[in-house]
Design a protein around this ligand. Structure first.
Ligand SMILES: Cc1cc2nc3c(=O)[nH]c(=O)nc-3n(C[C@H](O)[C@H](O)[C@H](O)COP(=O)(O)OP(=O)(O)OC[C@H]3O[C@@H](n4cnc5c(N)ncnc54)[C@H](O)[C@@H]3O)c2cc1C
Length: 498
């Protein structure tokens, strides 16, 4: 599946890999966090290299719905349930700084941005209390929200909180400009090069699939951190979600809604529009999220999104469908800072819980501010947050679920059929068998049948087949692999064994 944004080709030039090169700052990952971090360091006169495993924007950023908003569904009440009011305030301040930086940057670079109202709505009577809670928390944090019972959506809603003047854009427009600016200032961007390890020496040694480079500091802006120091992969919950874009006939009974919408209750639905080149607008609908690798029929979730949209927007024709994952922290506040046992040389940012357009920028401002000795006030508060029992409980619950999925995967693989007894999977399908005591995965995609080890090289989880994306996904910490075993994303750094 390819997102609306990645489907339109951009010219994003990159640089050759230079083995043994020495930089001030090595940034791992060319998503939004990595490229803003790289640009801020380059503007500060640092010699910067960005090392990207795939291509610019290939993972979460290029598959986002890219709403740049301070009203974020029911995010503030989730944070408040796990932390203090002072953290809620610092989170809003951090996101405000991120949003403002992005608006200023887009304006300075002529990147198209559409200003829109953000709307968090109740899709059921049960959601009304959440709308009211979000309203109160947002107001207490200084956001100029209002309550309304009139929402311009073509289905029944039960009240909403609205924040005017938020924004949306095409995330690839932003990444292309950032990459060009990093290179303009002398930074290098190397793609198709995976970092497989970092030694916290002086300078830090960054090991990649094409050789080593060196940096005074290394910034892991890789979605979930790729190094296991600090066990942050185990504190993050990988959540995958689906999006689709549609053309909707203008004479249809439902006109396109103006704002950017997110339901506060189930089923989660996100809506926005995107301007097309011909002056028309596409409708983007998202939802049906779940923990990575823990759903048996992901294609049904895409079909469900299409059916829901056809019901509410008659005549809507899907043009693109895609999916992506982001990471939730136990307290719903991103992790940004130094990696334990990294000797002050390794930093990371993760856990934006699907609100990375603002949080990636605040993370970049934090990483650069911390090293320059100019940490923003809100970042100081976020750095010193105390973990409440609710957040500890949520972390314990998540790890218990992970343990259960580890056992379940191995038990069903070992009790299942031998690989040799399995029929060749039909097109688009994959199945797990066993070769002796080793789970193997066999799939057929684009007429090619591949057999790979079905054991995740990160921590040994047994993979499950994702029929929507035709990939092997790990239910433990969210690593994903192509049918031929090559790594797509997640904390793993190696391909599957053949
Ligand atoms: C379905 C969905 C919808 C969303 N919608 C919104 C929205 O409307 N508004 C909003 O604010 N946020 C949204 N988000 C969240 C937002 O898209 C993400 O938080 C943000 O894009 C994360 O950016 P990033 O740079 O941290 O990660 P990424 O964009 O994933 O970039 C990380 C990069 O690191 C690279 N990498 C990984 N490992 C290695 C390695 N070992 N070596 C080298 N490179 C490596 C990857 O290939 C990748 O390119 C959404 C998320 C999802 C899943």
């Amino acid at each position: 599946m390819t997102s609306l944004w990645l489907a339109s080709p951009r010219d994003i030039p990159t640089d050759p890999f230079e083995p043994g090169a020495r930089y001030d700052e090595v940034v791992v990952g060319a998503g939004l966090t990595g490229l803003v971090t790289a640009l801020l360091f380059a503007r500060a006169g640092k010699r910067v290299a960005v090392i990207e495993a795939r291509s610019v924007g290939a993972v979460a950023t290029g598959n986002s719905t890219a709403k740049l908003s301070l009203l974020q569904g029911s995010q503030l009440q989730k944070i408040k349930a796990h932390t203090y009011q002072s953290i809620v305030q610092a989170y809003v301040d951090a996101n405000r700084a991120g949003q403002q930086w992005m608006l200023d940057y887009a304006s300075s670079r002529g990147i198209p941005v559409q200003r829109r109202d953000a709307v968090s709505y109740a899709g059921t009577p049960d959601g009304v209390a959440a709308v009211e809670r979000e309203y109160r928390l947002a107001r207490s944090a200084g956001l100029d929200v209002r309550l309304t019972d009139r929402v311009d959506l073509p289905f029944e809603t039960f009240g909403a909180v609205v924040l005017p003047g938020q924004a949306q854009f095409d995330p690839l427009d932003v990444l292309a400009a950032l990459a060009a600016d990093v290179r303009e200032l002398g930074g290098v961007i190397v793609d198709e090069t995976r970092v497989v390890g970092v030694k916290a020496s002086a300078p830090a040694e960054v090991r990649t699939t094409r050789g080593d480079v060196f940096g005074e500091h290394v910034h892991l802006t890789t979605g979930t951190p790729i190094l296991d120091r600090g066990l942050y992969f185990a504190k993050l919950k990988p959540l995958r979600s689906y999006s689709a874009s549609y053309t909707v006939p203008s004479e249809g009974s439902a006109s396109l809604p103006e704002g950017m919408y997110l339901s506060v209750d189930a089923p989660s639905r996100s809506l926005r529009t995107a301007p097309g080149a011909d002056g028309s607008s596409a409708l983007i609908v998202g939802g049906n999220g779940h923990p990575v690798g823990r759903v048996s029929d992901t294609r049904a979730l895409v079909d469900d999104l299409h059916a829901w949209t056809a019901r509410h927007f008659p005549g809507a024709v899907p043009t693109h469908s895609w999916s992506a994952q982001d990471y939730e922290t136990p307290h719903r506040v991103p992790f940004v800072g130094f990696l334990p046992r990294g000797r002050g040389r390794i930093y990371f940012a993760s856990g934006y819980d699907k609100w990375g357009m603002t949080n990636a920028v605040q993370a970049a401002l934090t990483l650069v501010g911390d090293l320059a000795g100019s940490t923003p006030e809100w970042a100081k508060v976020l750095h010193h947050r105390i973990t409440l029992p609710a957040a500890i409980g949520s972390g314990i619950g998540a790890n218990a679920a992970t343990g259960w999925w580890a056992l379940k995967g191995w038990a069903s693989a070992l009790a299942g059929p031998a690989t040799d007894d399995l029929p060749v999977p039909p097109e688009g399908e994959g199945g797990i068998g066993r070769s002796g005591l080793r789970p193997t995965g066999t799939s057929t995609v684009a007429g090619r049948t591949c057999q790979v080890s079905a054991v995740c090289p990160h921590l040994g989880g047994v993979l499950s087949w994702n029929s929507a994306e035709t990939s092997w996904d790990c239910p433990l910490h969210g690593s994903r692999f192509a049918p031929d075993g090559s790594l797509l994303e997640g904390p793993a750094v190696r391909d599957l064994r053949a």
